[in-house]
Design a protein. Structure first.
Length: 472
């Protein structure tokens, strides 16, 4: 057994569907949002679970995310007076993404979403609240549920505590290096370097929860070359090996060209410039002070627009928007506190901060003012300015576009079991989150709706864990 795996009467002496002895019922590969949730659901179903993490600590991309999970028809929405339904959610996501290979997962997860969030909050003490101060990209009503501080680290903390209450501990420093197959079904995993004392952990089921391939240059070059210039801003562990293992077993791959980008990571501070600054009425300028397009395509779609134009850009808004966002989003408040948000009384002052012609900034602000006041489209075709015309003093943040995570991966059925090209399943092999085909279109960053990443991780995590825990 890998070092650190708790040895208990429950995780020894069991047998697989082939009649072999197993060390543990369910192995979960990766301790991010999807893996932690799968482990909780499997343990809840009565299974013994080994939750293996290759890095020194749990969390993955979930840790660095804002922890926002979309769900339609929750009691928290109803209490806030928000009318929503799974059908509306699926329509919203599909409108944003266009047609793609995983529409079945969109409809399925939209249907599961309310039960998922209520289960996390009420059964497992995960602190999630409905966000009412913005809707974010792709959603026609407020349906994102996030930790009060809007930090993925808090989501990971709560999921880890819930797993611990069910006697599941994360086992860090244990990279899974391959799958064990016997008689055509999963029989466990290989852990560590086989040449250096690596070992085998036998199980009835394996849940692949190791995210996508954002941190694998070869896979990025093969599947999503358009993101080559963008910095990868996700967690180090997303190196795509589980997708390759599943593919080697014949898994069908879906939406491999899709990804979540982000148009504006503060530079050099390295924190997200909240997109609420843009949604409320701000815009992005290239270093020469020109607009690059209509930002209402969303932060992910706009990342490619920025990447095509320039290495860096500036997010421009005003102090009303700054104070509104900082009052709701601690990470942005921190960016303000450490001086990442520059302020000036005039367009000329903002131009001096950017280092571009004053006339360019004045024209962009005037364009926004005219459109917001007349409720008409600006020069880029944008019509949405909820906080009206920008007013002095103005703000600007230097930023760069980034790749957050990949959205392509393997197909799964309604138990989150991996599906092969011929439609059959790989018995005992489950996949969740970034390992699976995403909800954001076939290719590009434009189809990403906020929360698609965690919905797939945590939503499929619950389903995979329950199925694997029930029957292996
Ligand atoms: C800055 C940022 C903000 C984001 N904000 C949001 C948001 O608010 N809402 C949203 O829905 N999405 C958001 N996303 C995307 C979201 O974080 C991911 O889609 C989601 O966290 C994926 O969850 P996961 O469980 O699949 O993977 P992860 O959380 O990345 O977990 C995978 C884990 O598996 C481990 N692992 C990898 N390979 C192995 C192996 N061979 N053996 C053992 N362990 C392994 C990794 O080290 C990692 O800990 C954001 C992403 C970023 C970068």
């Amino acid at each position: 057994m890998p070092h650190g795996t708790p040895e208990t009467p429950e995780n020894t002496g069991r047998t697989s569907a082939n009649g072999h002895a197993v060390d543990v019922d369910v192995v979960v590969v990766g301790a991010g949002g999807g893996g932690l949730t799968a482990a909780i659901a499997a343990a809840e179903a009565g299974a013994s679970v080994a939750l293996l993490e290759k890095l020194d600590r749990a969390g993955g991309n979930t840790f660095v995310s804002t922890g926002s999970i979309p769900a339609a028809g929750t009691r928290y929405q109803r209490e806030a007076g928000i009318d929503d339904s799974p059908e509306r959610m699926a329509e919203d996501l599909l409108r944003q993404s266009g047609g793609h290979d995983a529409e079945h997962l969109v409809r399925f997860l939209a249907k599961e979403s309310a039960g998922l969030v209520e289960w996390l909050v009420e059964q497992h003490g995960v602190d999630l609240r409905i966000i009412t101060d913005y809707k974010h990209v792709g959603h026609s009503v407020q349906r994102l549920h996030a930790p009060p501080d809007r930090r993925g680290a808090s989501l990971v903390r709560d999921l880890t505590a819930a797993a611990k209450r069910l006697d599941v501990e994360v086992v860090p420093g244990n990279p899974v290096t391959g799958l064990l197959i016997e008689g055509g079904r999963i029989a466990g995993v290989r852990v560590g370097d086989p040449g250096r004392g690596g070992e085998v952990l036998r199980s009835r089921a394996v849940v692949l929860a190791s995210n996508g391939f954002g941190n694998n240059k070869e896979m990025i070059a093969r599947w999503i070359p358009e993101t080559g210039a963008a910095r990868y801003f996700g967690a180090e562990g997303s190196t795509g090996e589980a997708i390759t293992w599943a593919r080697d077993l014949g898994a069908r791959l879906l939406n491999m060209g899709a990804y979540q980008g982000y148009a504006a990571v503060a530079y050099p501070h390295g924190s997200i410039v909240s997109w609420t600054t843009v949604e409320k009425g701000g815009f992005l300028l290239a270093p020469d002070g020109s607009r690059m397009g209509d930002e209402s395509v969303g932060y992910s779609g706009f990342a490619a627009v920025v990447s095509r134009t320039t290495d860096e850009s500036w997010v421009v808004f005003d102090t009303r928007i700054r104070d509104f966002v900082a009052g709701n989003e601690p990470e942005f408040a921190e960016l303000v506190r450490i001086g990442g948000v520059k302020e000036a009384d005039t367009p000329e002052g903002i131009a001096a901060v950017i280092g571009c012609p004053a006339q360019a900034v004045a024209a962009a602000i005037e364009d926004q003012r005219t459109a917001a006041t007349a409720r008409a489209a600006d020069s880029q075709g944008r019509t949405d300015f909820p906080m009206g015309a920008l007013t002095a003093p103005y703000c600007a943040v230097r930023s760069v576009p980034a790749l957050f995570h990949t959205q392509g991966g393997v197909d799964v059925d309604s138990d989150a079991q991996v599906v092969r090209e011929d439609g059959s399943v790989v018995p005992g092999l489950y996949a969740v989150g970034g390992v699976t085909g995403g909800l954001s279109g076939r290719s590009g960053g434009r189809g990403y709706s906020s929360g698609n990443g965690l919905l797939s991780a945590v939503g499929l995590g619950r389903i995979a864990g329950a199925a694997a825990g029930r029957r292996g």
